[in-house]
Design a protein around this ligand. Structure first.
Ligand code: ASP
Length: 421
């Protein structure tokens, strides 16, 4: 059994099999997949996502407390924070610029006819809070409730606070608590490791489900829109971020792709940065060789705050809407789009389709009142799944590049140890 296929290849094969099975269900059962075989395959995907979600809260909590308390002095903490936010800002702005440029040159919305029948009622969805509210909401009224409800930002806030406070404690209490949280973190990583081994099965189930349930008709109408956005994602992920990685670290970006392959494929099939977080953390630490201190600083926050794919999508999406409506966006409008896209990507939850929901923040900011907006967004929702897959992959890829860039700038050695498992 020596020649066992590496994990990322196992997942890749699972994706292909899922694609094949999905097409089979889609054609044999007329786009209405059913039956016990289908139910069984879908259940594999659902179980995988549940296992990942099960580990998120205790994993990020123990990881952040351990990471932050391990930083030592508060000056270093400030430095890490500054670097992390600088990276989030730069990479998001680059993504936004790509989105704006592409949507303005390809002009996917000009001439696209989107009829009724895809009406979309925003009231049925969780209306996103305003950007300021997002910051206020970060402070949990009750940390236990935040944990129970899986409010990631609230948990992060409390964990960072706890880590800082732990740092100021002396003697026995500190040693005891540090040991306790470190042990908790280690056992959570162990659980993550075990769950990740199931990734090929889970990914097979999720991809089958996504492909089997896809309505293919609309893909034709919105083809150019999808191509614009996918081109933007590719430029950002294959050209911009690798260049950024190379120029800041002089490391070979191909090694980064190899290290992050399992997380990227998990993001692709779960459409959720949050659900992928345990795999991202595992890959960044074990395969890219980043310390727990840096990874627990950059990644959990990045899963919610740093969403390059979503930011790019918000911009290109709103410009697309304006083109369908036949409205010309002024420079001032475009500037508002940039700013609100940035903020709404920050406020966007790392869950499926969240990016499409927060697009309302942007359309409202530039004063789109037209009833047609709901219809267009409804049509966009119908083809959102494949875009969300790529968006989420770009989102977590950028977080992971950030972790390596910050780790390198902190003088960490031994990045990308050979032979990931
Ligand atoms: N699904 C994305 C994520 O979890 C968010 C989005 O819909 O843009 O990263």
């Amino acid at each position: 059994m020596k020649a066992k296929l590496k994990l990322h290849w196992q997942i890749a094969v699972a994706m292909l099999l899922g694609l094949g099975a999905g097409i089979l269900f889609q054609t044999l059962q007329d786009g209405e997949p059913h039956g016990w075989i289908y139910a069984g395959i879908s259940a594999m995907g659902t179980v995988f996502i549940r296992l990942l979600r099960m580990v998120i809260v205790p994993l990020i909590f123990t990881s952040i407390v351990t990471g932050v308390s391990g930083v030592g002095d508060s000056r270093r903490l400030g430095r890490l924070g500054t670097k992390t936010f600088a990276y989030y800002l730069v990479s998001s702005l680059l993504a936004i610029v790509i989105g704006i440029l592409l949507a303005n040159t390809i002009r996917p919305g000009v001439g696209a006819r989107i009829g009724a029948g895809h009406d979309f009622d925003p009231a049925g969805l969780n209306t996103p809070s305003s950007p300021v509210q997002i910051l206020i909401d970060m402070i949990p009224l009750n940390p236990i409730k935040a944990a129970a409800e899986g409010q990631i930002l609230g948990i992060i806030f409390f964990a960072i606070f706890l880590g800082v406070a732990l740092n100021r404690l002396g003697g026995e209490s500190r040693r005891f608590l540090e040991g306790f949280f470190r042990a908790g973190f280690e056992v959570m990583m162990q659980i993550t490791d075990m769950v990740i081994r199931l990734a090929p099965l889970g990914v097979f189930g999720l991809v089958t489900q996504a492909v089997a349930g896809a309505g293919l008709e609309l893909f034709r109408t919105l083809g150019l829109y999808m191509i614009t956005i996918l081109t933007g994602f590719s430029i950002h992920m294959f050209a911009v971020l690798p260049t950024l990685l190379f120029f800041t670290t002089r490391l070979d970006p191909r090694r980064h792709f190899r290290a992050m392959a399992p997380a990227m494929m998990t993001a692709f099939s779960t459409c959720s940065s949050n659900a992928t977080l345990p795999v991202t953390m595992n890959n960044v630490e074990k395969r890219a060789g980043v310390s727990n201190t840096v990874s627990s600083f950059v990644l959990p926050l990045g899963a919610t705050v740093n969403m390059n794919g979503t930011a790019l999508y918000e911009c290109a999406g709103v410009i697309f809407i304006s083109q369908v409506l036949g409205m010309q966006l002024t420079l001032a409008h475009q500037f508002t789009v940039v700013l609100t896209a940035l903020l709404s990507a920050v406020g966007c939850a790392g869950i499926p389709s969240a990016g499409l929901v927060v697009i309302f923040i942007v359309t409202q900011a530039i004063g789109f009142q037209d009833a047609q907006v709901g219809v267009i967004i409804g049509a966009m929702l119908a083809v959102d799944r494949p875009l969300d897959m790529f968006r989420t992959m770009v989102n977590i890829f950028s977080d992971s590049v950030g972790a390596v860039v910050v780790a390198h700038s902190e003088g960490e050695k031994g990045l990308y140890p050979e032979e990931p498992q």
